[in-house]
Design a protein around this ligand. Structure first.
Ligand SMILES: Cc1cc2nc3c(=O)[nH]c(=O)nc-3n(C[C@H](O)[C@H](O)[C@H](O)COP(=O)(O)OP(=O)(O)OC[C@H]3O[C@@H](n4cnc5c(N)ncnc54)[C@H](O)[C@@H]3O)c2cc1C
Length: 486
């Protein structure tokens, strides 16, 4: 161990209880990747602070030694945002998992960053309240990770993403300073730095406390399962529902490959003859739900649904949703590996993209399952491959990049909720030009001038874009023609 590294470890030992610093290979190995398991790196050490003062102490030490820090919640991220750096420290919030306060009167909950998403709703349930953003990983993912990724879920179509449900955030900057974002009031003067923090992928500050909005649990909820004999009709039906002025509590789509994989796994009662199914939920009072289900069914029939089934009990509703919520693990059962993409597109383009993906499946010689937040236009194609075959992994990566580029071409974006991390850093070059990327770096520098907090994630450098061969070309002029192209 080099002298500098020894000094760093000694300083970190002074910042934390001894059991809260891991540095032996067998202890740090579980942190070598997040949900994007294809990329792995062992960190120098893992710090597990128990409170904000310890977060401050760890960051101050790393700042002094010029050592990068990668914040980590539950490690369920799918874009490599929590992947360690070889010469860096992972700061895990796993031990900061206390619910600090639930206030049913103001319908708010204040949480440490390591609190699991589902634990918030469990704690609020006795008051008839819950936390609306519900990523499919909600049983495991942390609220700190949700803030960093601006996570969404099935119910975000009606209730909004993390950014619409978080009121205040407390965080620590790289130099140890504590900063607060947001206010208890409805609005505040000045720039909306809370919105800047949400979705900042651990690059600006380490979140140490989050105050969220809780909403009343609707008395009734029912879900329609609509079958289509044609993917294009199903895709267009999504746009038709929204165009009819309906805002379902959830509007999800699964293609035949997805329903088949899921049915074998959880027996959700899906129509296996259908080319695609839509799950369309209504919640509210009995009268509201009855009326809305009727209107939704009429639109879906008009759009070509060949079968409509409405959940008749809460148990049946949960069974319908269990299939959707287990789609990712179901993909893991039928393929050694899968690569989950996360682009968004305007709803009217869903059918176009699905048909383009079909054509790509043939070209890349790989299967793809489609299961996604259709109402948000947030696509999650799952590319199935075998990671032990390097050629298949290479094809899966290219397949994924082509899907994201198609999303941008259709007027969408390269990520809806999983973040950029390291996974989509190249495709950022397709979506943003040099000036825009400079603006992002400018924001980062305002929070983290030494570029030590989760560096090299989410914002690509000019060199990286040149290497990827995707630089914004203005009027046929190749910018920075002097940069080598690889
Ligand atoms: C099966 C499965 C299903 C999923 N479904 C969804 C879904 O429906 N919707 C969705 O949005 N996502 C989904 N995800 C992705 C993932 O669960 C979310 O992005 C989640 O918010 C990550 O939370 P985490 O605690 O695991 O964060 P991590 O993976 O540990 O970290 C994610 C990012 O947040 C940063 N970070 C974590 N904690 C902090 C903190 N305290 N301060 C600052 N930065 C921090 C990290 O540096 C990293 O960049 C899914 C993942 C899986 C495996």
């Amino acid at each position: 161990m080099s002298a500098k590294r020894q000094q760093l470890m000694q300083a970190l030992r002074g910042a934390l209880p001894s059991a809260n610093l891991l540095w032996q290979k067998e202890d740090t190995a579980p942190y070598e990747c997040d949900g994007l398991a294809a990329y792995r790196t062992l960190p120098l050490a893992v710090a597990l602070p128990e409170n904000e003062a310890q977060v401050q102490a760890v960051l101050k030490v790393c700042n002094e030694f010029g050592v990068p820090v990668v914040p980590r919640g539950a490690g369920t991220g799918l874009s490599g945002g929590a992947m360690p750096m070889q010469e860096g420290i992972v700061l895990s919030t796993a031990k900061m998992n206390q619910i600090l306060n639930i206030d049913p009167l103001s319908r708010r909950a204040t949480l440490q960053p390591g609190v699991r998403n589902l634990a918030i709703s469990d704690a609020a349930a006795p008051y008839g309240l819950y936390y609306a953003p519900d990523p499919s990983s909600q049983i495991a993912c942390s609220i700190g990770g949700n803030v960093a990724e601006n996570s969404g879920g099935v119910h975000c179509l009606k209730y909004g993403l993390t950014v619409n449900n978080v009121i205040q955030v407390r965080a620590v900057l790289m130099d140890g300073e504590v900063v607060e974002f947001g206010t208890e009031a409805l609005d505040a003067p000045g720039l909306d730095l809370l919105a800047v923090m949400i979705g900042s992928e651990g690059m600006l500050a380490v979140v140490t406390e989050v105050t969220v909005r809780l909403v009343p649990r609707p008395p009734v909820a029912r879900v329609i399962m609509a079958s289509f004999d044609d993917m294009t009709k199903a895709g267009n039906a999504v746009a038709d529902v929204i165009a009819a002025g309906l805002i379902p509590a959830g509007l999800e789509m699964m293609d035949k490959a997805a329903t088949r994989a899921v049915e074998e796994f959880v027996h959700a009662g899906y129509d296996l003859d259908a080319e695609a199914i839509l799950l369309c939920e209504s919640d509210g009072t009995e009268e509201e739900v009855t009326e809305e289900i009727e209107r939704m069914s009429a639109v879906l029939r008009q759009s070509g649904a060949i079968r409509i089934q409405v959940s008749q009990s809460e148990a049946e509703r949960m069974v319908f949703w269990s299939g959707r919520k287990n789609a990712f693990p179901a993909a893991g059962r039928i393929s050694p590996d899968y690569y989950c993409m996360d682009g968004t597109i305007p709803k009217k383009a869903i059918a176009t993209l699905l048909n383009q993906i079909k054509e790509m499946e043939d070209r890349y010689g790989l299967r793809c399952m489609n299961v996604f937040h259709a109402g948000d236009g947030n696509m999650h194609p799952l590319i199935l491959f075998d990671g032990s075959d390097e050629d298949q992994w290479h094809r899966a990566e290219n397949f994924g990049n082509e899907i994201l580029e198609a999303c941008v071409a259709l007027g969408g974006t390269i990520t809806g909720e999983h973040g950029v991390g390291i996974e989509k850093i190249n495709t950022m070059c397709v979506q943003f030009d040099e000036k825009e990327r400079d603006a992002f770096f400018g924001v980062k520098a305002a929070f983290d001038p030494a570029k030590l907090l989760n560096p090299d994630k989410a914002i690509p450098t000019l060199h990286r874009c040149a290497e990827y061969g995707r630089m914004h070309v203005h009027r046929g002029q190749l910018p920075h023609a002097d940069l080598p192209r690889f």
